[in-house]
Design a protein around this ligand. Structure first.
Ligand code: ADP
Ligand code: MG
Length: 479
């Protein structure tokens, strides 16, 4: 058992912080006592510290599972800047002799970052098994409970991976999870009795607004008005890449702001440039798809506008949570035209094939390619010995759940009372109504009243190091 002073010394000496933020100390104490823990702390709360600090008090390696290379790279860079060199990223880029050598020498690393897909590789798992894993961390643990064509089924294997590694003390981290999702995550990890540290998902400095609009055309006009009124930096989310690009161009022409599009269809070198300019306040507005955001550590984003609604409130909260990490007044506004939810319904829909088709694929009588884009998703389950009937049942169930979540998103939009209260209730919390500047409830002229602080272009010596950014860039092409 470590005493309080010992822990505070590490906080001071390795991280340069004097105090813990809410939820940090409680989580760290639980981990040091060997308790499996689920920590739900809002974006920007300091979740990385929860596993970085215990690393200096435990013997053995910290294994961190993360969904995106860019997120891993960001953590690796941060650890390097803190002077920690014993860090490695096990990704698909590591190949050949280099990979063999790293796998042989895993003992020399204190922090190993990897993806769920890598852990599905027997060679990697065997190498990891030879090491003492002091702590296994699953960052962005809500991924375990996600759905849709983007779902990464390898997340479902983590329960077994964990067992194979000897069930090390495990930390699950996320910023948003309803009580139902919490239960789902714990169940899928086989960690029903985990200790839970849950802090409010509320971000009191983000004003919540919804604007209902009759037609798409009017929506564009409204967007233009808002963007001209608010001082950036801001992010505008679109459901499609094409629209994100078109609107970026349009806004760039219509205003004197610098606007760029950011999504998976933009070339990596271009994305690198855009991210860099945005970090340095040379770009004021980014028109993005949901691909932009995770791993963006810019704390003075003033507003997040949704041109299209996201597929559920978890995603909404994640996306608006990128605003106002500096604690200053910020804004989340959602533009809604009747029927907008159809777009999301299309994006998240998975066509469930007839059970006979799956059976034929399973027996090798039919190629999985008949399933189109979703072939690999179904193949994954078949390969991992799910029966066709189990797969169909699972998909049908999820379909119902996805629709329910979308309806709850729409209900938020149509809520005539306090939006914050609705949101917090959805996440199983109570709202005491103490936020003075809360949401557009009874505040029809919020757009005039809301004054956002201005950000200045950074001076030369405050700019984000291009070396770090370039390194991140070189790693973002892989998924
Ligand atoms: P999260 O993963 O919860 O979004 P991060 O781990 O990225 O948050 O941390 C956000 C920021 O907060 C980082 O810049 C980090 O250095 C800082 N931070 C974390 N813990 C503390 C603390 N106890 N005191 C001051 N700053 C902290
Ligand atoms: Mg994080």
């Amino acid at each position: 058992m470590k005493n309080k002073q010992e822990i505070l010394d590490v906080l001071q000496n390795y991280f340069g912080f004097d105090d813990f933020r809410p939820g940090q100390e409680e989580t760290i104490n639980a981990l040091l006592e060997g308790k499996d823990t689920l920590s739900i702390l809002p974006t920007g709360a300091g979740k990385s510290l929860l596993y970085q600090l215990p690393a200096y008090l435990l013997s053995g390696t910290i294994l961190i599972v993360s969904p995106l290379i860019s997120l891993m790279q960001d953590q690796v860079d941060r650890l390097h800047r803190q002077g920690e060199k014993r860090v490695i990223m096990l990704s698909g880029q590591l190949v050949g002799k280099e990979r063999a050598s790293v796998l042989r020498n895993l003992k020399s690393f204190k922090f190993i970052f990897t993806s769920p897909e890598m852990l599905d590789n027997q060679q990697v798992l065997t190498a990891l098994k030879k090491n003492k894993i002091a702590l296994m961390v699953i960052d962005e643990a809500h991924c375990i409970s996600q759905w849709g064509p983007d779902f990464r089924p390898e997340y479902l294997l983590l329960k077994e991976v964990r067992q194979q590694l000897g069930s090390p003390t495990t930390l699950l981290l996320t910023a948003t999870a309803t009580p139902r999702i919490r239960q789902d995550i714990l169940k899928k990890m086989g960690m029903a009795t985990a200790y839970q540290v849950i802090k409010s998902v509320d971000r009191p400095n983000i004003f919540l607004a919804v604007k209902s609009i009759a037609t798409q055309k009017e929506k564009d006009g409204e967007l233009l008005k808002l963007v001209q009124k608010f001082t950036g930096p801001g992010i505008i989310y679109f459901a499609s890449r094409k629209l994100a690009s078109q609107m970026a161009e349009w806004l760039e022409n219509q205003t004197d702001l610098n606007v760029a599009a950011y999504h998976a269809g933009v070339a990596p070198i271009e994305r690198f440039r855009i991210q860099n300019q945005f970090m340095n306040n040379e770009l004021q507005v980014i028109c993005a798809t949901s691909a932009f955001g995770m791993g963006i550590d810019k704390n003075d984003i003033r507003y997040v506008i949704h041109y299209h609604l996201p597929s559920n409130l978890e995603n909404y909260l994640q996306e608006i949570g990128r605003a106002g990490r500096d604690g200053k007044q910020s804004l989340a506004v959602l533009l809604y035209a009747n029927g907008d939810e159809m777009i999301q319904r299309q994006l998240t829909s998975v066509d469930v094939p007839p059970v006979t088709v799956l059976e034929q694929i399973k027996n090798g009588e039919l190629s999985a390619s008949v399933l189109g884009e979703q072939a690999s998703l179904f193949e994954f389950y078949l390969e991992h010995s799910f029966t066709p009937q189990q797969i169909i049942t699972m998909f049908e169930r999820r379909k119902i759940q996805t629709e329910k979540e979308l309806q709850e998103m729409v209900a938020y939009i149509k809520e005539n009372g306090c939006k914050r209260e609705y949101l917090l209730t959805y996440f199983g919390e109570q709202f005491d109504g103490s936020n003075e500047f809360c949401c557009d409830y009874e505040l029809s002229d919020w757009a005039t009243k809301l004054i956002l602080p201005v950000s200045q272009p950074l001076s030369e010596n405050n700019k984000v190091g291009w070396e770090d950014r370039l390194k991140a860039l070189l790693n973002i092409t892989e998924s």
